[in-house]
Design a protein around this ligand. Structure first.
Ligand code: SF4
Length: 80
């Protein structure tokens, strides 16, 4: 089913070095307050499609120092 989706690049670094990598690597980490604000705004927006999907991406999102908390926040925001 088609959905509105939000792809959040929560870090801009990665432990790998793929030849096809599109990433301009750095050392940025998205603060959790920013993640909450962006997700809340997205989920409150009245899009034409009936379903929303949130994606944690990067870089390697598992390298975010608060990855588990980020998942818990997104779960809390999306549970109705
Ligand atoms: S961000 Fe993706 S494409 Fe780039 S090095 Fe990491 S795994 Fe490879």
């Amino acid at each position: 089913m088609p959905a509105n989706f939000l792809d959040l690049h929560i870090v801009d670094f990665c432990q790998l070095d793929c030849k096809h990598c599109y990433l301009n690597k750095g050392s940025s980490i998205m603060p959790l307050e920013m993640l909450i604000s962006i997700c809340t705004d997205f989920l409150q927006t009245d899009f034409p499609l009936p379903r929303n999907t949130l994606i944690l991406s990067g870089g390697e999102p598992l390298l975010h120092p608060d990855f588990i908390e980020a998942c818990n926040i997104m779960r809390r925001l999306t549970v109705v």
